[in-house]
Design a protein around this ligand. Structure first.
Ligand SMILES: Cc1cc2nc3c(=O)[nH]c(=O)nc-3n(C[C@H](O)[C@H](O)[C@H](O)COP(=O)(O)OP(=O)(O)OC[C@H]3O[C@@H](n4cnc5c(N)ncnc54)[C@H](O)[C@@H]3O)c2cc1C
Length: 445
């Protein structure tokens, strides 16, 4: 039988990464993506630690030759409009990895998928995975099952089964396996929404600051704007805020967005001479994680495993990194004839810890912690904060930052609840992440 070793559901950054790395090790991989690329996706600002995975994927040269805007720093504007000094990644780590990119995801994701094909992955577009096939296995407890393949619907509507030794769920927020086993836990505090659009001719800095991501706090400190300069003179500008505030008792996405821009002078100034290039996009983006990363014969990667608030642009890094770690566990497992959940998900605890570090930084920002004051009082911590901002999350060296931060807490500061203190999906059926696209997308996006 000509079965693949591994089937991958979804051709976003996580799916392309895991498949490419598996194919590099000589494994036979089939990837199924329901859309045809290029397709729109949000998540446009990369952070420097993506460099190492992009390098393993053989993507660096392609990125360097691309027209994506180069990003050297991130800069914050506080609620009173005060601009922080930029966090230049190079100053912290003088290495090529300290320059990253602002991408247009339709183009970036297509490049990653084509790169997977170049490495031998058999990637099918326009093919939806309808279900994962589970079968009882003598080695698993009664009632449990092992993933043995997927049911797919081909572009012409034909239904077919594809068997494999391992199934990787990289289906993004759709979370095929997570939904089936009700694994998702909604974050107890990161319940946000976002509305965004694209501007042509908006303000751009020059030189190495041209491609900086700006994070601009709204005056009431309830939320923030992202300001991401892209190629073709486009800037992506989005507002993130508490879900109830942005979406309940408001008239329309367009009106809410315009009202929020009106309140935030720093954004208003930057787009005052620009022309809007598309309609308005919106998403309910509640953060969540799955309460397990794997089971027998299956493993979750990227947003199919978890999604963290976009404040520090960590999503694509987490997709790439989880794809890389899952690929390593799969290769080792297949070599030793062990595709148990324990083997496929052995990277899960360390990964969760890394994501916890970024989550803590996100929660501190929303809780009003002043990183500006912190830098002034603890300049020796600037490098460690920058390490976290670049995505260097997976070692405990950076944990030295927490004690000095805690020393600045006010007496009445509440402890940040852990992610798993949130609501399991069963108990909050009304919560669902949804994306609203405008009718007028730019061509090719
Ligand atoms: C408002 C917002 C702003 C963000 N900003 C940033 C940012 O600046 N930087 C950053 O790094 N990240 C950002 N992110 C996060 C980023 O978008 C995601 O973390 C990232 O796209 C995850 O990649 P993925 O491969 O896991 O999932 P995806 O990119 O979503 O890919 C999943 C793929 O699976 C396919 N699929 C789904 N179901 C099926 C099925 N049944 N069969 C076949 N195919 C299927 C989908 O079509 C999709 O192509 C942001 C997210 C939001 C919501």
């Amino acid at each position: 039988m000509n079965h693949p070793d591994v089937v991958v559901i979804g051709g976003g950054p996580a799916g392309s990464t895991v498949s490419t790395l598996l194919a590099q090790q000589g494994l036979k991989v089939e990837l199924f993506e329901r859309e045809r690329f290029p397709r729109f996706h949000i998540g446009e600002s990369l952070i420097p630690e993506t460099y190492w995975v992009l390098k393993r994927l053989g993507m660096l040269e392609k990125m360097q030759k691309s027209h994506f805007v180069k990003k050297y720093s991130v800069q914050f504007v506080n609620a009173s409009g005060r601009l922080s000094a930029p966090f230049y990644f190079w100053d912290n780590k003088p290495h090529e990895c300290s320059q990253t990119w602002q991408v247009v995801r339709s183009e970036f994701d297509k490049m990653l998928l084509e790169n997977a094909r170049d490495h031998g992955v058999s990637a099918h577009e326009g093919v939806r995975v309808m279900d994962v096939i589970f079968e009882a296995d003598p080695s698993t407890p009664p009632g449990a099952g092992r993933a043995v393949g997927v049911k797919i619907k081909e572009a012409d509507g034909t239904l077919r089964e594809v068997r494999a030794k391992v199934v990787v769920d990289a289906s993004g927020q759709n979370g095929l396996i997570s939904n089936r086993f009700r694994l998702r836990v909604w974050d107890p505090i990161l319940n946000k929404g976002a509305i965004w659009t694209y501007w042509e001719g908006a303000y751009r800095d020059t030189g190495r600051d041209e491609g900086a991501t700006m994070v601009l706090q709204t005056p009431d400190k309830q939320g923030w704007f992202w300001y991401i300069p892209q190629h073709d003179n486009i800037v992506s500008v989005g507002v993130v805020g508490p879900f109830d505030y942005l979406f309940k008792n408001r008239e329309s996405f367009e009106k809410t967005y315009d009202e929020e821009v009106e309140r935030c002078v720093a954004v208003k100034e930057r787009i005052k001479d620009a022309t809007r290039a598309t309609g308005y996009f919106a998403t309910k983006d509640y953060s969540y994680r799955a309460n397990r990363v794997s089971g027998d014969g299956w493993v979750l990667v990227g947003d199919a495993w978890g999604f963290l608030d976009p404040l520090y642009s960590s999503g694509v890094l987490l997709a790439l990194k989880s794809g890389e770690l899952a690929a390593e566990s799969i290769v080792e497992g297949l070599k030793n004839g062990d595709t148990s959940g324990a083997q496929l998900g052995k990277w899960g605890p360390g990964f969760n810890e890394g994501v916890d570090r970024m989550r803590r930084l996100v929660c501190e920002y929303y809780a009003g912690f002043s990183f500006g004051n912190f830098m002034r009082q603890h300049p020796e911590m600037r490098g460690t904060v920058t390490d976290l901002l670049i995505g260097d999350l997976f070692n405990d060296r950076v944990d030295k930052v927490w004690a000095p931060m805690e020393s600045m807490y006010p007496d009445n500061k509440h402890l940040i609840p852990r992610w798993d203190a949130g609501v399991p999906v069963d108990k909050a059926p009304e919560k669902a992440n949804e994306l609203f696209l405008p009718a007028d997308l730019r061509p090719g996006v």
